[in-house]
Design a protein around this ligand. Structure first.
Ligand SMILES: NC(=O)CC(=O)C(=O)O
Length: 308
């Protein structure tokens, strides 16, 4: 049995968790980092009190979403920062995971790496002891230009990560973690699923153009192809912000049915994740074991950069 919660609110943060009510989704955001961190803490604790053991926040939950904001909000990831200003989000997430006694996939935050001297869009996952157990840097940067609708170029400021990220959650199993635009690349999802993940979790912030078209479809497609749970956790929509997030945090099951979908406002969704359902779906429609690797290659084998 897998459980999770997802929470969302206004500005740019969402999270989900798994626990006694398997999956919770929460989203929220504002321009003030301290306010966002405080809000995240409140919602994570609310989810954990409701029984969540795995909690997820949204993409860029501590900042507005936009290339103009990333350098200002970026943090170094220092486990022992010389000053409390250096890694506030890292330490706030670690502390609240411990306080909630839950696994926390901390959405994503703008990161600055002194080693590479580059910026990244980075997701940090913490164990119930507050230990950092996974780091995923957005691998596919969101560079799009739909005339008259939306132009966005993360690569103006950010650099991409370069691996598939899998984290083993004791008592639940392996979870694949990626960020937003990464969901559009089925290879990443398929590799994580074939490496044994039962759920793929994407903090993400689609927008008013791509959200209605593709948000739910992407989640359901990745779930259907791989017969796993897929969760997308968005910031709530803030029409005062420069980027209008679609919201609609959701969880699709291994049969590609949407188990829970929020609206554009802040909230928490709770979903029960059941491992037996994966087995049932794979028994009924056995594509998982009918692949023809004698005809085409298994992309999860061979040269894949991944980290468990
Ligand atoms: N914001 C993103 O990274 C992706 C997105 O909005 C989309 O793919 O659409």
């Amino acid at each position: 049995m897998y459980r999770g919660d997802l929470i969302s609110r206004i500005t740019a943060t969402s999270m989900f968790a798994a626990g006694s009510r398997d999956l919770n989704l929460t989203s929220f955001n504002s321009a003030d980092k301290a306010t966002n961190l405080q809000r995240a803490r409140t919602k994570v604790l609310e989810a954990s009190k409701a029984g969540a053991k795995l909690i997820v926040l949204p993409e860029c939950f501590n900042s507005p979403y936009g290339t103009q904001f990333f350098p200002k909000y970026a943090e170094k990831l220092l486990p022992s920062p010389p000053s409390s200003d250096d890694s506030p989000s890292f330490h706030a997430l670690s502390a609240v995971a411990k306080e909630a006694n839950a696994f926390l996939i901390g959405g994503s935050i703008p990161e600055y790496s002194p080693e590479t001297e580059k910026y990244y869009n980075t997701s940090l996952t913490f164990s119930p002891s507050g230990a950092l157990i996974a780091t995923h840097r957005k691998t596919h940067l969101f560079d799009i230009d739909i005339p008259g609708k939306i132009k966005f170029k993360e690569s103006d400021v950010l650099s991409p990560g370069n691996k598939v990220t899998i984290v083993d959650i004791p008592e639940y199993g392996k979870v694949g973690i990626a960020i937003c635009y990464d969901v559009r690349f089925p290879e990443l999802a398929m590799i994580a699923a074939r490496k044994g993940c039962f759920a793929l979790i994407y903090p993400g912030a689609f927008n008013m153009t791509t959200g209605p078209l593709h948000w739910s479809l992407q989640a359901r497609a990745r779930a259907m192809d791989n017969q796993v749970y897929v969760a997308l956790c968005s910031p709530a929509r803030d029409m005062e912000a420069t980027y209008h997030a679609w919201g609609h945090s959701l969880v699709a099951d291994p049969n590609a049915e949407v188990l829970a979908e929020m609206d554009e406002k802040e909230g928490i969704a709770y979903v029960e994740l059941n491992g037996e359902k994966i087995d049932d779906i794979r028994r009924g429609i056995p594509i998982y074991s009918q692949r023809r690797f004698d005809v085409y290659p298994d992309i999860s084998e061979g040269k894949v950069k991944y980290e468990e």
